[in-house]
Every structure is written in structure tokens, then in C-alpha cells.
Design a binder for this molecule. Structure first.
Ligand SMILES: [Cu+2]
Length: 155
């Protein structure tokens, strides 16, 4: 009889301890972030992330253009030798040179690191956009002038 009572007490104490332990391990409820509206209203007016009201857009790369990056090719080199991007980001290469450009993955001439990263031939004035769907290091060069090179790191 006495053993039964002790056993019952032990079980009750264990259950109580378990409940207390669980209660103390509940994750704290984080307050919800401020509604987006409030954040948007704090942005300075008159700034439009490089997009003009008539629908055209500056090609200038700023930190406001998160997710969209532009790298121009002057005819001898790229405007950025290294760039950090995220999955889903789009990088647009613009050929501002007077000769054709072909952006391709390293190593030259086989382009085996990322065969899918290949612009094909870009005539002067034309551009090519690539959206990254995989993380990794994308070393690239102008296949038609391999000394011009750069690197994009996708995290
Ligand atoms: Cu090449």
C-alpha cells in the first residue's frame, strides 16, 4: 500500500515537472513586424528606385536595385569585377563596346563550370539577362576577349 502511494506521488511529481519544463521552453512570441504601409510611408518621396515616371529606367546600379544588377562591357573590361547576388537575382550584361561580346562561364575555352551561363554572341548595343537559380561562384569572361573577366557569387 505504502509503495503504491509513493509510486503515485513520484508519477505526479514527474508529470508536474514535465509540464513546468514544457511551459518554460515555449518559444517567445515575437511581435509582428510593422505593417508594410508604415514602412513605405517613411520612404522619401520623389525617389523611384531609378525607374522614371514615364516607365523608362536608368541602368545605373545602386543599392536600391536589389535583385537586379547591371554589368556593362566597355569594349575592354566589365564595369564590375565582382558582384554578390542572391538566388532569384537577375544580372543584365550590356555590350557598350564596338565589337561583339560573348559572356561565358570559366574556364575558357570550355566553359564547363556553368555551361548554362552563356550569352551567345551579343552585338554592340545589345544585352543579355541571366537569372540565377543556383548558389555558387560564377567566374566569367568575354569569350571573344578572355582577358576581360569577372566573378559573381550567388548565395
Ligand atoms: Cu571562353
Amino acid at each position: 500500500m505504502r509503495t503504491t502511494i509513493i509510486a503515485v506521488i513520484v508519477v505526479v511529481v514527474l508529470i508536474a515537472l514535465g509540464l513546468w519544463f514544457n511551459a518554460n521552453n515555449q518559444p517567445e512570441i515575437q511581435p509582428l513586424p510593422e505593417p508594410l504601409d508604415a514602412t513605405l510611408s517613411e520612404l522619401p518621396t520623389g525617389e523611384s528606385n531609378g525607374v522614371k515616371l514615364d516607365g523608362s529606367a536608368d541602368l545605373e546600379v545602386t543599392t536600391e536595385n536589389i535583385g537586379n544588377h547591371t554589368i556593362t562591357y566597355s569594349g575592354s573590361s566589365f564595369s564590375l569585377s565582382s558582384l554578390e547576388a542572391k538566388i532569384g537575382d537577375t544580372v543584365t550584361f550590356v555590350n557598350n563596346g564596338s565589337a561583339s561580346l560573348r559572356v561565358a562561364s570559366n574556364p575558357h575555352p570550355v566553359h564547363s563550370d556553368h555551361p548554362e551561363f552563356d550569352s551567345g554572341t551579343l552585338a554592340p548595343g545589345s544585352s543579355w539577362a541571366f537569372t540565377f537559380s543556383k548558389t555558387g561562384t560564377y567566374g566569367f569572361h568575354n569569350h571573344l576577349n578572355p582577358g576581360a573577366a569577372g566573378q559573381i557569387t550567388v548565395r
